[in-house]
Design a protein around this ligand. Structure first.
Ligand code: G3H
Ligand code: 13P
Ligand code: ZN
Length: 284
């Protein structure tokens, strides 16, 4: 199948009241694990590449791998730029064949973020590419901040609504209590904010920092309007955990395939479980 836009996948997710997993990919084994999980569960899926992934693998390689996987697949696949902070990279991804881009203007004041995001929306929509925007800052768990400071960082509902309506983004990332990286303590989600923004605008909300969020909170979030869930850290842990286990078991092994093939299988099973939790199984 040809790659599909984020809007296409999330319109269907809204209809069916589920969320689509957005899994970060950096190399061939990860791409294959994500697509195999989607095929085996008949699940729509988003493969996303960060600017770091593009720097690591190369833009042409990312597009080449994901397009090849999609052509062979029988489930709908979207190729999305994760946290694009650089305008030139965003445009390069659109030109290279991405079907969705995130413009992350969260480093700017609200008005400038709106202006820059609108510019990306204008360009991307002209060629049928979807856009995710971010209002408020989704931090990392490594950012050492106290709980009350973290609360103060949550995106105010009026800001989220203003940003969504002024930019015309297809999906909205806002800060509601999740963070990137492994949590030290389970996160406390501001579910009321998710509900308020979704109810008042119909916006498809994105859960960043989806790794380690308790299953019950994931389900509640989906009920309230989360339609895209980003997972990276858990993929890293699953894949490298098995690489470490294999290396310990076979210290003399010199064929990387003997190490990476089982790690790819473990990763695939992990992703299948996430798809089941998100409710996207059987929706392709
Ligand atoms: O949100 C960030 C993603 O986990 C990507 O991380 O920039 O190290 O590729 P990265
Ligand atoms: P985690 O690494 O915490 O799963 O977050 C992924 C993410 O939000 C990518 O944008
Ligand atoms: Zn993120």
């Amino acid at each position: 199948m040809a790659l599909v836009s984020l809007r296409t996948l999330l319109d269907a997710a809204q209809q069916g009241k589920y969320a689509v997993g957005a899994f970060n990919c950096n190399n061939m084994e990860i791409v294959q694990a994500i697509v195999a999980a989607a095929e085996e569960t008949r699940s729509p899926v988003i493969l996303q590449a960060s600017q770091g992934a593009i720097k690591y693998a190369g833009l042409e390689y990312i597009v080449g791998m994901v397009k090849t996987a999609a052509q062979k697949a029988t489930v709908p696949i979207c190729l999305h730029l994760d946290h694009g902070t650089d305008f030139n990279t965003v445009v390069a991804c659109i030109r290279a064949g991405f079907t969705s881009v995130m413009f992350d203007g969260s480093q700017y004041e609200k008005e400038e973020n709106i202006a820059r995001t609108r510019e990306v929306v204008k360009i991307a929509h002209a060629v049928g590419v979807s856009v995710e925007g971010e209002i408020g800052k989704i931090g990392g768990v490594e950012d050492d901040i106290a709980v009350d400071e973290r609360d103060a960082m949550l995106t105010p509902v009026p800001d989220a609504i203003e940003f969504y309506e002024a930019t015309g983004v297809d999906a909205l990332a806002m800060s509601f209590g999740t963070a990137h990286g492994p949590y030290k303590l389970p996160p406390k989600l501001a579910l009321d904010r998710i509900a308020a923004v979704h109810e008042q605008t119909g916006a498809y909300l994105v859960m960043h920092g989806g790794s380690g969020v308790p299953a019950e909170d994931v389900k509640k979030g989906i009920e309230l309007g989360i339609r895209k869930i980003n997972i990276d850290t858990e993929l890293r842990q699953a894949f490298l955990g098995e690489v470490r286990r294999q290396l310990a078991e076979k210290p003399d092994e010199i064929d990387p395939r003997k190490i990476f093939a089982p790690a790819r299988d473990v990763l695939k099973e992990h992703i299948k479980a996430k798809m089941a939790l998100f409710g996207s199984v059987g929706k392709a």
